[in-house]
Design a protein around this ligand. Structure first.
Ligand code: NIG
Ligand code: FE
Length: 414
């Protein structure tokens, strides 16, 4: 039998992140990987390759191939920026205090409402391209800086346009319950009515979201209010995610688990009962060390409890203009190791396989395995731990998305 590949990558080391391969990182050295019709058709030791014909052969010169990185939590479509709040926080104002005095998320809402769709697109496209250079092949983008029907739709349409044009898989999440817009001041339940009865149904009708998210926090929405949003999401067949226990323990993670959420995110203040509920529901813990670092938080998420109860951990940039203006997944991996105590192998698993699980996409991407989409990052390194080790110089050498090969033009090597 002869296998037919469009492209065969040879002289590669594979960090497959496939848990069925027992070596650390699911490693296969001296490997080859064949791609056909955008999917991984074969991978293994080069010496074991069966008879094949290949349209193209790409010599990796001993580079490492990892799954394309999955950034499963971002807010990268937004207008304006919040550098002035950064200055205020450096002078001692807290994130919560700024939010309570009308800044924070609401100030980005004002800017996003005022920014045209084309301008939002142009700004977001630069961010997506920069992430592509850093080896990302899947990005989740949340709305939540509109908080009215027009702007929420505008943001999600921008996310949709980004997907079509940029060789990037984009998952869209509706985050209407992100903050209380000024026009609903002191009327949070009326705003939740608007989200549940008008905005969410329209977004579902237009197929603009894969999932629904909320911000369950004392500066945002209560468990009872988020419950209503989740009930509406269920009614419309949308997956569920939640910003939970970021600044205090509200019991949001338990609620998310009760609704079979794909993920609960942040989780610095989660308790053991919350972790156990997530374990039972199969809800992924998405850790966001960028926001922890940027807000100078001190309470760390309980990594030991996630490990004890077998809750898989994912990692994401949380790229947003307030709590995490950070577009580098490798900086986030480094922070996960240095600040939260993950091993480099856990960090890479978290930003590939478990990131895909947090989006319900692990059948499609997140590891190097036959049958999955050929989403690959190629790195000129000697060992995968280097992906967490070096800080600053974090572009990949080349990237493959659905079988399409893209070399970084300013790559220093090869
Ligand atoms: O994930 N926690 C709430 N939402 C974002 C921050 C958004 C913002 O500050 O603009 C987060 O950290
Ligand atoms: Fe977030």
């Amino acid at each position: 039998m002869t296998l037919h590949f469009d492209t065969l990558f040879i002289n590669a080391n594979l960090a497959t992140m496939n848990p069925q391969i027992v070596a650390p990182y699911g490693t296969i050295t001296d490997a080859a990987l064949g791609v056909k019709d955008g999917r991984i058709a074969w991978l293994g030791r080069r010496a074991d390759i069966p008879n094949y014909e290949a349209g193209k052969i790409y010599d990796c010169e001993n580079a490492w191939l990892t799954p394309g990185l999955v950034d499963c939590h971002t807010h990268l479509v937004f207008g304006g920026n919040r550098a002035s709040e950064f200055e205020l926080r450096l002078q001692g104002a807290s994130y919560a205090k700024i939010a309570k005095s009308g800044g924070g998320i609401v100030s980005t809402v004002n800017a996003t409402r005022k920014t045209s769709k084309d301008d939002l697109y142009r700004q977001a496209e630069l961010r997506v391209c920069a992430m592509g250079k850093k080896g990302v092949t899947t990005i989740e983008i949340k709305s939540g800086y509109g908080l009215d029907i027009e702007t929420e739709i505008k943001m999600l349409e921008v996310a949709q346009m980004l997907a079509a044009k940029n060789n990037m898989r984009i998952q869209k999440t509706f985050l209407g319950a992100h903050a209380l817009p000024l026009e609903y001041k002191d009327r949070p339940d009326a705003y939740i009515d608007l989200v549940c009865h008008e905005i969410l149904p329209e977004i579902a009708r237009r197929k603009l979201a894969d999932a629904v998210d909320g911000f369950c926090e004392n500066i945002a929405f209560s468990v009872a209010q988020i419950r209503r949003v989740f009930e509406a999401a269920k009614k419309h067949g949308l997956a569920i995610k939640l910003h939970a226990e970021q600044l205090s323990n509200q019991g949001g993670a338990k609620l998310a688990a009760e609704f079979g959420a794909l993920s609960a995110d942040h989780l610095e203040y989660i308790d053991e009962a919350g972790v156990m509920a997530m374990a039972k529901a199969g809800t992924i813990a998405v850790l966001l060390p960028g926001a922890f670092y940027y807000l100078k938080e001190t309470q760390k998420p309980p990594i030991d409890l996630f490990e004890k109860h077998g809750v898989p951990m994912a990692l994401a940039t949380d790229f947003n203009p307030g709590s995490s203006p950070i577009s580098s997944p490798r900086l986030i991996m480094n922070m996960a190791c240095t600040l939260f105590g993950l091993t480099p192998e856990q960090a890479l698993t978290a930003i590939t396989l478990n990131g895909a699980r947090a989006l319900g996409l692990d059948g499609e991407t997140g590891s190097l395995a036959a049958g999955k989409s050929a989403d690959i990052a190629i790195w000129k390194i000697q060992h995968p731990a280097e992906l967490c080790y070096w800080v600053g110089d974090d572009d990949c050498h080349a990237r493959v998305y659905q079988g399409k090969f893209m070399k970084n033009m300013d790559s220093k090597d090869g």
